[in-house]
Design a protein around this ligand. Structure first.
Ligand code: G
Ligand code: MN
Length: 274
């Protein structure tokens, strides 16, 4: 009995500490958003037939005063469980629209891929903000790809689907991100009427015959529905060969290009000019 009581107390203490740490981190994140400590990084996506950059994914980074540069997985889940995801979404949407407008002005025929949490689709604000940012920067809907990751069940809700549909009808492309982990499924592809499917890096890295066979099936399923397929997290030439042989349309990953600043990307575009 004594032991059980002790365990209960410890668990409660741990839970309290975690909550305290979380709320401190949330406050830091709130300040970071206000202070402008969030950074957008840009990672090109390549067409596997032409080897040219066809889209650029905008990725969020947090330059934390003590912890250094933090990747999205370290703070997006926290942002999703508070209202902070909306402010981060507005920042990233602004960065994406400004950037794609600049690339277009420089003669680059690329789209911009924006990560969208299903939580952001829980209100009309996301759609209104995106349309306003597009109008302000002169970006047309076909310049935008929205990458949706399944982190919460909110996409099961009709209003969230309707919001996506509004944007899609206007010409924005919808991509199902991180296929192969979490809740992403073939059912989701149909439900969202996706234009694009991104195969998660965990599948791309696997050398298992069964995983490869599964990927081949998924790619066939997607292509039969006119959905293009992007391989994520390609780090080696061997992986690139494998995803090319499997019929992926596009690839993204450290082997081809790391996430970079706008300036580095501009240099990369210059090198592409033939
Ligand atoms: O969930 P999503 O696929 O949007 O996440 C993209 C994340 O993956 C980014 O933070 C990006 O820096 C990272 N990333 C991009 N390419 C690679 C890669 O080739 N290898 C690994 N390990 N990470 C990558
Ligand atoms: Mn993504």
């Amino acid at each position: 009995m004594d032991n059980d009581d002790a365990t209960t107390t410890t668990r409660t203490d741990t839970a309290a500490r975690v909550t305290e740490a979380d709320s401190r981190f949330a406050n830091e994140l709130r300040e970071a958003v206000q202070r402008g400590d969030l950074i957008a990084a840009f990672q090109p996506q390549f067409d596997l037939e032409t080897n040219r950059i066809v889209s650029v994914e905008v990725l969020c980074r947090w330059l934390h005063p003590e912890l250094g540069l933090l990747m999205p997985y370290a703070f997006i889940p926290l942002a999703e469980s508070s209202d902070l995801i909306h402010a981060i979404g507005r920042f990233m949407t602004h960065e994406a629209c400004t950037a794609v407008a600049a690339w277009r002005a420089a003669g680059q025929r690329v789209t911009v891929s924006i990560n969208v949490s299903p939580v952001q689709l829980g209100s009309d604000e996301f759609v209104e903000n995106l349309l306003a940012e597009m109008a302000a920067s002169g970006v047309i809907p076909s310049d935008i790809v929205l990458e949706i990751t399944e982190t919460t069940p909110i996409l099961d809700l009709e209003p969230a689907q309707a919001r996506l549909r509004t944007l899609q009808n206007a010409g924005v492309a919808i991509s199902v991100d991180d296929y192969g982990i979490g809740h992403s499924s073939l059912f989701r592809l149909e439900l969202l009427r996706a234009d694009e499917l991104k195969i998660d890096q965990s599948l791309v890295k696997s050398e298992s015959t069964e995983v490869r066979a599964h990927m081949a099936g998924v790619i066939e399923f997607a292509h039969a529905r006119g959905i293009r397929v992007v391989a994520e997290g390609v780090e080696t030439a061997k992986q690139l060969d494998a995803v090319t042989a499997l019929g992926c349309d596009r690839a993204q990953g450290f082997l081809l290009a790391r996430p970079m600043s706008q300036r580095e990307l501009a240099q990369r575009f210059d090198q592409m000019v033939v």
